[in-house]
Write a protein that binds this ligand. Structure first.
Ligand code: IPE
Ligand code: IPE
Ligand code: MG
Length: 264
């Protein structure tokens, strides 16, 4: 996405510290975030891990608002992975209550702010109360036209790819598709994010340099950004820093330097 003139306020409303972005700087259309480091954030303060998860909700709210303000179109947040079931039962139960808590606190504001809530993941193992809350949010925001706030909940790339392959094989056996007609486009359409553009920028907080089974198919050409900052400490200005870094990257997709107007 190109922006004519774009202001990144470095420090809230302080005009003095404003960084003015030129035409050459781009805001990613789709930002995906691995929100990591909640447990360590809490432990560092001598608090139980769940205190970090609770704090994480405030960060989600702040970052959603800031992403929308900056002109991001889709914000995908990794909230719970298919591997997170390995955690102690009490922590898993707490994590499963968070979507509901988040929506109880912020749904009215999300509706007012024209945000569209979506979810991607395997809902089969998600508790009924969580599904109810999420479905209500999806329903109440479906006519909104602003930022798409996409929660990856019980999401794992391997499971997603396996399910996509299964659905294609079923269709082939039912003679609905020819095996030779299966291509990248068709497989993409069977993923859990068929209507979303692939992420332009991935941010992972918490210091780990890995993808942890997140959007492996969709992130073939995503720009990756890793920061040590724990998710509860991740601020609006940290998001702007990540987007600034993104805007300086040259995306080549295997080609050579693009001559398109505005690209670096
Ligand atoms: C991320 O924080 C939240 C989820 C995975 C649900 P963690 O709970 O993984 O925090 P750390 O990595 O242990 O600090
Ligand atoms: C990734 O974080 C999953 C989410 C943030 C939801 P993890 O904490 O589960 O990842 P690993 O175990 O460090 O790879
Ligand atoms: Mg972690």
């Amino acid at each position: 996405m190109m922006l004519g003139k774009f202001s990144f306020l470095k420090n809230g409303k302080s005009e003095k510290k404003e960084q003015v972005f030129s035409d050459a700087h781009r805001v990613p259309e789709h930002v995906a975030i691995i929100m990591d480091g909640n447990g360590r954030w809490a432990q560092r303060r001598g608090l139980p891990r769940i205190a970090g998860h609770r704090e994480a909700l405030k960060t989600i709210k702040k970052i959603t608002n800031e992403a929308q303000r900056l002109g991001v179109k889709v914000l995908t947040l990794y909230a719970f992975s298919t591997e997170n079931w390995k955690r102690p039962k009490t922590e898993v139960e707490f994590l499963m209550k968070l979507p509901e808590q988040f929506l109880n606190s912020y749904l009215v504001e999300l509706i007012e702010n024209n945000v569209q809530v979506r979810v991607m993941g395997d809902m089969a193992r998600i508790p009924a109360h969580t599904i109810r809350a999420v479905n209500q949010a999806i329903e109440k925001t479906k006519k909104n036209s602003g930022l798409v706030l996409n929660f990856a909940l019980n999401y794992g790339s391997h499971a997603e790819i396996v399910e996509a392959v299964r659905s294609l094989v079923r269709d082939a056996l039912d003679h609905k598709i020819e095996p030779d007609s299966i291509d990248e486009q068709l497989l993409s359409e069977r993923m859990l994010s068929p209507l979303l553009p692939d992420p332009d920028l991935l941010i992972r907080t918490g210091g780990e340099i890995r993808l942890s089974n997140f959007m492996l198919w969709q992130m073939a050409y995503t720009e990756l950004y890793f920061t040590e900052i724990y998710w509860p400490d991740f601020s609006e200005s940290d998001l702007r820093t990540a987007i600034f870094e993104f805007s300086t990257r040259q995306r080549r997709y295997g080609g050579i330097k693009e001559e398109r107007n505005g690209d670096k």
